[in-house]
Unconditional design. Structure first.
Ligand SMILES: NC(=O)c1ccc[n+]([C@@H]2O[C@H](COP(=O)([O-])OP(=O)(O)OC[C@H]3O[C@@H](n4cnc5c(N)ncnc54)[C@H](O)[C@@H]3O)[C@@H](O)[C@H]2O)c1
Length: 328
């Protein structure tokens, strides 16, 4: 990663898990960071996430659905990271309107503000591997068709297409980084509504049981948050990334049961228990999910640096002194 000295960076959703880790990295690289976030109580936003950098950044507490407010923060930024999102798959099935508003219309608001007021900015949007749904070939690459099985993933698919349309039609320098099961410090670990592996971490840290459905054999990709952040920064610093979609995923794949067992082992707490699949849950499960990171490695020279074991050890160290901030 090159220096970001003197760069003006906007991070929507910067109070959340990935956005706040990204904000810290951008500050460390010398950027002037503005966070735009409404601290939506249904998402993983947490003010504690920015305690260490609060003196070095600006925060604009507004909703991405407010186009006027979005238009205030977009001008003059060199890089815009689009991380604001309604991030619960389960919530999107209960409140599809809210999910559609934030994950679809919210991204249009941001893109439209970029087109009107700052068309030279570099724009990095985050997608998700669950846009693909059940995989028809593995390892799945960026050309794999998309058949999402929940509303959140469908809206993420739509906003990815908006991002690419703005790149082609209006020459916006935009890129999509698709992530999968990112884990680490500052995540929402208190609720099963969010990423399953962070929830496992929360349970283990409290010494509770981690429930795995069936035998937990379905494979998943996991990525430590610092590696997700480095993929975003490298994409922002590259011109070859413009108009492209990349999977930023780990080199290794693990079964859900292996992830649960590793969580207990490296956090030194909790216990894994196995139960039958609850009725209805299996219908939206996508089965095995083996993904390819060849394109991002080749184009951006990115590769994940932190494996599951060291990621879990670093995660434990982070939460040791501030667990209570993440359990409310
Ligand atoms: N965590 C993962 O494993 C993962 C995997 C794939 C993709 N992603 C994507 O990464 C991005 C960030 O995810 P995260 O895990 O950090 O989520 P998060 O829930 O921790 O953070 C989302 C942030 O967006 C903010 N937000 C929500 N609605 C908003 C609105 N209407 N206006 C302004 N701000 C709003 C929230 O307050 C929160 O701070 C999302 O786009 C998500 O789809 C995450």
């Amino acid at each position: 990663m090159k220096t970001m000295e003197g760069k003006k960076v906007l991070i929507t959703g910067g109070l959340g898990f990935i956005g706040s880790n990204l904000a810290s990295k951008c500050v460390q690289l010398g950027a002037k960071v503005t966070i735009f976030d409404c601290l939506d109580p249904r998402s993983g936003g947490n003010l504690f996430n920015i305690t260490k950098i609060s003196d070095s950044i600006q925060v604009s507490y507004h909703n991405i659905l407010d186009f006027d407010q979005v238009s205030q923060v977009v001008p003059e930024k060199d890089i815009i990271f689009s991380c604001a999102s309604s991030t619960s798959h389960a919530f999107s099935m209960r409140e599809p309107w809210i999910d559609s508003d934030v994950n679809s219309k919210g991204v249009i608001n941001l893109l439209e503000a970029v087109r009107r007021f700052n068309p030279k900015a570099k724009f990095i949007h985050l997608g998700t591997s669950t846009q693909l749904g059940k995989l028809s070939y593995q390892p799945a690459d960026e050309k794999h068709p998309e058949f999402p099985t929940d509303i959140y993933s469908a809206n993420k698919s739509v906003s990815e297409k908006y991002t690419l349309i703005y790149s082609k039609a209006f020459n916006i320098r935009s890129t999509v980084i698709r992530l999968s099961n990112v884990f680490g410090p500052k995540a929402s670990i208190h609720s099963s509504e969010f990423t399953f592996n962070n929830y496992f971490i929360g349970l283990a840290l409290q010494g509770k049981d981690i429930t795995v459905y069936g035998e937990g054999r379905q494979t998943r990709n996991v990525l430590y948050v610092d590696d997700a952040v480095s993929a975003m920064v490298l994409a922002a610093q590259s011109e070859e990334s413009t108009g492209e979609v990349f999977f930023a995923v780990g080199d290794e794949h693990f079964s859900v049961s292996e992830i649960a067992e590793a969580t207990v082992k490296y956090l030194g707490k909790g216990k894994v228990i196995y139960t039958d699949w609850p009725i209805g849950k299996k219908a939206t499960d996508i089965g095995d999910a083996i993904l390819s990171n060849k394109k991002i490695k080749k184009t951006l020279g990115w590769s994940p640096k932190i494996n599951l074991e060291s990621g879990l050890v670093q995660t434990k160290e982070y939460y040791e002194n501030c667990l209570k901030e993440y359990l409310r």
